[in-house]
Design a protein around this ligand. Structure first.
Ligand code: SF4
Ligand code: SF4
Ligand code: SF4
Length: 166
């Protein structure tokens, strides 16, 4: 999913081992089960997870559930949304990595096409973007926390994310 597509298709469908169609979204990384959002959030008036987020990346979907929007910033894993959620859909004990896999498109990336660019490297505080030589950046899945900070800085939208079912 490219940056510009994030709003139009923040959903991904796939089949689990029970052959049921599931949908998933980029959620604040403190939930136990996707079903908790659906069951509880529509009854929550305060939406305190959203107001607690200092980087303002939490949007509330039409069904009342929170989703992350990386178009202006990324998640600092600050815990504030989980601390603020009184119904306990988000809890500190369920803290985890964001449910997305990030990768760099070789055709779109300027570096992979012999134009020097390190725009994504500095914002990655986890040092998950490794350059092989000067021109071949790759994201190390073992280090990437899916924070989203690299997404908005890429001048050619070469960084994409794939939602993962958790
Ligand atoms: S504060 Fe908790 S219950 Fe309310 S919308 Fe956010 S995640 Fe859902
Ligand atoms: S952990 Fe912090 S930065 Fe991330 S969504 Fe929650 S409040 Fe926002
Ligand atoms: S999403 Fe991964 S690669 Fe991008 S800045 Fe965050 S940790 Fe680094």
């Amino acid at each position: 999913m490219k940056r510009r597509e994030l709003f139009s298709s923040l959903t991904s469908s796939f089949t689990n081992n029970k052959e049921e169609k599931l949908e998933t979204y980029i959620r604040p990384p403190y939930f136990k089960a996707e079903s908790d959002f659906i069951d509880v959030c529509h009854t929550c008036v305060e939406k305190s997870c959203q107001s607690a987020c200092e980087v303002e990346i939490i949007n509330i979907k039409e069904d009342g559930t929170p989703i992350l929007n990386f178009s202006n910033s990324g998640c600092t894993y600050c815990d504030e949304c989980a601390s603020a959620c009184e119904p306990n859909v988000l809890t500190l004990e369920n803290k985890k990595n964001i449910n997305a896999k990030f990768s760099i498109g070789l055709l779109e990336c300027m570096s992979w096409n012999q134009t020097m660019c390190f725009s994504c490297k500095d914002p990655c505080l986890d040092d998950a973007i490794k350059f092989l030589g000067m021109f071949r950046p790759e994201i190390d899945d073992a280090l990437c926390t899916a924070c989203g900070f690299c997404l908005k800085v890429c001048p050619t939208d070469a960084i994409t994310l794939e939602l993962i079912n958790t």
